[in-house]
Design a protein around this ligand. Structure first.
Ligand code: PLP
Length: 222
């Protein structure tokens, strides 16, 4: 039989601790974001029961359908948006999420500002960097990052740090190292990097937030 959610959570936490030990970091410096996209409440609940409180979703609508009810049971849940955000969903996203990992363009800075004003709530945002310079992927081009950061700061958006999704299927470490360097250059502490296949590597290279789905929930049906 397959492992229970608790066993998977324990394994991921043990891996995080191991990576922290090697890197001489404290496990408290790393936030495990359990990416629960495509999984229903019944699949998520065992992880909540096991004590996990930080979750990630990649679609606003899907999160709106799932999380309000779960939050009534677990009011201390922290919800992160890890997927691309359309400007017309900014207000819904701000209402529901506690952190956004995908700020990547000037129009979204504007939409988020408006949403902050309208809802009276501010949400910390990671600026997503297109670290592999891939055409079709989300994220701000490395060359455009200084201007976007300045615009976001001037607009009063709380910047949590930088986020990246490295190119698929090749060694991620150089991209994690590059994101960490760029974050250093801009004196940003937060680094949202690392997924199921590479979160240990990401932690050794300075990740503060790892976004782990498959290793906690099993494969997603697509
Ligand atoms: C789905 C997703 C993850 C989790 O990926 P796994 O490989 O299942 O751990 C992390 N980050 C983002 C942006 C995602 O969309």
């Amino acid at each position: 039989m397959s492992k229970s959610a608790t066993e998977r959570l324990n394994e991921v936490q043990a891996e995080i601790e191991k990576a922290c030990k090697i890197a001489r970091r404290k496990p408290e410096e790393v936030t495990l974001v359990a990416v629960s996209k495509t999984h229903d409440a019944e699949t998520i609940r065992p992880l909540l029961e096991a004590g996990q409180r930080v979750f990630g979703e990649n679609r606003v609508q899907e999160a709106q359908d799932k999380w309000p009810a779960l939050r009534e049971e677990y009011p201390d849940v922290e919800l992160h948006l890890v997927g691309q955000l359309q400007s017309n969903k900014a207000e819904d996203a701000v209402e529901l999420f506690d952190c956004i990992h995908s700020l990547d363009r000037p129009s979204l800075v504007k939409a988020l500002c408006k949403a902050f004003e309208k809802t009276g709530k501010q949400v910390p945002c990671f600026v997503q960097v297109d670290i592999g310079e891939e055409e079709q992927k989300g994220g701000c081009a490395i060359a455009d990052l200084p201007a976007l950061l300045e615009q976001a700061r001037e607009a009063g958006i709380p910047i949590a740090g930088l986020m990246c999704v490295p190119p698929f299927g090749i060694e991620a470490a150089p991209y994690f190292a590059l994101l960490a360097k760029i974050a250093d250059d801009h004196e940003l502490k937060g680094r949202s990097m690392g997924m199921s296949g590479d979160y240990s590597t990401a932690i050794m290279l300075g990740a503060t937030h790892v976004r782990v789905g498959t290793a906690l929930f099993g494969r997603r049906d697509s």
